[in-house]
Design a protein around this ligand. Structure first.
Ligand code: NAI
Length: 327
């Protein structure tokens, strides 16, 4: 039997946490033959609720779940973890300035970076879900200099999956038949959902849909605004789809992407596609042997170029804002 993998979920008493921990315990993230030990962190006001989640995990009697650590102590939470899914953060509340929210999250991610650096297992893989996801991941990277930058990522897989969903609905086909959409840039409304390289079977999505006005207009805004549409409908933000996307992200990273298929991940830019180096930016990636590689050489048309640049500009501004909050 395999040794258990320790998976940290921060913000585990929250909405996404409640959807995510049972998925992990059922093998959705790491596979049906991989035992797991869950580490769940939240803050003291949520401690009682976190303990309730732990009780339910026990009650669910998951065969793969070999242990549960539920704690408000960051060091205890981070100790020995192989995978860290960072869902905890400070939400923007009505009337709050962007800078105030950024200050709170910068301080959370700075201290959690140190705890992970000191106490996580060597080669721990980190996925930041909490918003602003790209910039929180960048702060985590900056304050955990001994964690290789290859091991730090943020979630744009939900946006990627939303794009697949919109295409499959439009063509009235199975979502699993659509592949190779791309989410470029920030996990925000400036992201660029790109279908120029997407296919169904061997056929380009652009030819099959044959409606450039829709693909360059409503499709893009629908994906960009989907989070807001869910909040309007549910009065709560996306949770089951975010949890499912987090599992997809880690599964593909650890177990590899299928031959001929790429996915979107927010990763540290090396300057590929003229995206400024030093931003956490969503790119098309393939994964093998536990490592992602940015897909190279895709032609970028003028329409796309502008959109790649626009979302990069927003990320540069967020980075500057985050740094100004450090002082
Ligand atoms: P939530 O508010 O239900 O849960 C967040 C949890 O984090 C709470 O239990 C809170 O107590 C905890 N928390 C706060 N500060 C913490 C800290 N310092 N350490 C540990 N835990 C802490 O929020 P929800 O709906 O679960 O969303 C979580 C985050 O994920 C939000 O930032 C949200 O914007 C983001 N999100 C990102 C998506 C993506 O695709 N990247 C999609 C959907 C949500």
């Amino acid at each position: 039997a395999k040794d258990p993998v320790r998976v940290l979920v921060t913000g585990a008493a929250g909405q996404i946490g409640y959807a995510l921990v049972p998925m992990i315990a059922r093998g959705v993230m790491l596979g049906p033959d991989q035992p797991v030990i869950l580490h769940m962190l939240d803050i003291p006001p949520a401690a009682e609720s976190l303990n309730g989640v732990k009780m339910e995990l026990v009650d669910a009697a998951f065969p793969l779940l070999k242990g549960v650590v539920a704690t408000t102590d960051v060091v205890e939470a981070c100790t020995g973890v192989n995978i860290a899914v960072m869902v905890g953060g400070f939400p923007r509340k009505e009337g709050m300035e962007r800078k105030d929210v950024m200050t709170k999250n910068v301080s959370i991610y700075k201290s959690q970076a140190s705890a992970l650096e000191k106490h996580a297992a060597a080669n721990c893989k980190v996925l930041v879900v909490a918003n602003p996801a790209n910039t929180n991941a960048l702060i985590l990277k900056e304050f955990a200099p001994s964690i290789p930058e290859k091991n730090i990522s943020c979630l744009t897989r939900l946006d990627h999956n939303r794009a697949l969903g919109q295409i499959s609905e439009r063509l009235n086909i199975q979502v699993s038949d659509v592949k190779n959409v791309i989410i470029w840039g920030n996990h925000s409304s400036t992201q660029y959902p790109d279908v120029n390289h997407a296919t169904v079977g061997e056929k380009p999505v652009r030819e099959l849909i044959a409606d450039d006005a829709w693909l360059n207009g409503e499709f893009i805004t629908t994906v960009q605004q989907r989070g807001a549409a869910i909040i309007k409908a549910r009065k709560l933000s996306s949770a089951l789809s975010a949890a499912s996307a987090a599992c997809d992200h880690i599964r593909d990273w650890v177990l590899g992407t299928p031959q001929g298929t790429w996915v979107s991940m927010g990763v540290y830019s090396d300057g590929s596609y003229n995206v400024p180096a030093g931003l956490i930016y969503s790119f098309p990636v393939t994964c093998a042997n536990g490592e992602w590689t940015i897909v190279q050489g895709l032609p970028i048309d003028e329409f796309s170029r502008k959109k790649l640049d626009l979302t990069a500009e927003e990320l540069s501004e967020e980075k500057a804002l985050a740094y100004s909050c450090l002082n």
